[in-house]
Design a binder for this molecule. Sequence first.
Ligand code: SF4
Ligand code: SF4
Length: 445
Amino acid sequence: MASAPEKPLPEVGLSLFEGPDAPQESELYKCVHCGFCLQACPTYVETGLEAESPRGRIALMKAVNEGRIGITDTVMRHWDLCIQCRACEVACPSGVPYGNLIEATMQQVADRRKPGYVNGKIAKLALKRLLPNQGFLAMVVGAMRLYQRIGLQTVIRKSGLLKLLPGNMGELEDSMPELPSEVFKAQGQVYKAQGERKARVALLSGCVMPLIHGPQMDAVVRVLTRNGCEVVVTKAQACCGAINSHVGDLETTRKLARRNIDAFLADGVDYVVVASAGCGSRMKEYGHLLRNDRVYADKAAAFSAKVQDIHELLATLPIVPPRGHLPYRVTYQDSCHLSNAQRITAAPRQLLRSIPGIEFVELSNADKCCGAGGTYTITERDFSMRVLGTKINAVRETKANVIATANPGCMMQLQYGAQRDGMSVEVKYITDLLDESYSKERHGA
Ligand code: SF4
Ligand code: SF4
């Protein structure tokens, strides 16, 4: 990355940013206001407003840092509307680490909000107690599954009661995916490699993914073992903390990171493999997250160096060529946390193209966010749906019957968009497609 020339820091007022998590001035003042990032930013493209651009948001951070403006509701609103997709980082010629800046900024504003939905008691309970506690989370998802199985969901949807729910709760219920019966559990189990062992890997199970995409997690294990990986599903692992850091709760994120570092490093594996792009991105940045922690800083950096996105790992092993024929026209939506945060764009395409029968068609603006963005689809529903609408229109143009993705948030968002807009298209993980091809091969198809 190119580094910006040293700039003297203006001395205007007292900074309202404080503490070790404040945006770092060495990063903040790298921005030279050139505007190369504007067209990469989905919120700027949708609104055309400077304040909804990376440059505008950074200007607000600088103004707060210099004491020229306060952290008002209006200022926070501009930061909140950022999807944290990090497309601006890729476009920036000066190497501004926007992800670090917005994460630090969200931490600074988290405790200044007036109690509302995001900062309200329910949201705090969910973020601090629910996500970090897999047993508790499994109970809640189990109750939702029962709500679907006994037909209550159908009755409620037909009754029109959803329209009476406050805020966007009705629409959120409407976008709830069908929950499978099979869940994936991290119980310390070990799956043997098929053939010669090429690597011993620990698999991140995650928080929500094993509960809502259990069969897909089983497919991940089959693909890894088929490719010579012995897979350990570490029992003591925890949620990666991505959702908490998205809303500025770095304290909980650090607790989760320390748990994961201790749990995974104890397994003595070659790699920690992650099948969810958002989680992989978070875990690759534990080193930065814990940089000021005297006990964990070095361990965090060592841990992050072991984290591999599953597509990245499969492409470098290299992959055992799948031979089962899949008659699909497939397009691929880059997950922001894979393409922008981890800079992985070639490996997923290479894997898709390796599957016989797949007709791969590029999606226009595949690198533009789908609007899922952690909690964004809940907290900024209107804007999230606008961005999703643009994405679904692009998918329609490809005439694909499968959208491949690498992240659970993107999968749910795209499934909802397709269903809402009456499109006949399936959304699948790349690992699902690989597994399907390997399975056909086993059965001689
Ligand atoms: S973030 Fe980078 S690309 Fe955007 S205005 Fe600043 S220096 Fe230019
Ligand atoms: S992270 Fe995404 S939404 Fe936020 S400023 Fe950068 S490009 Fe725009």
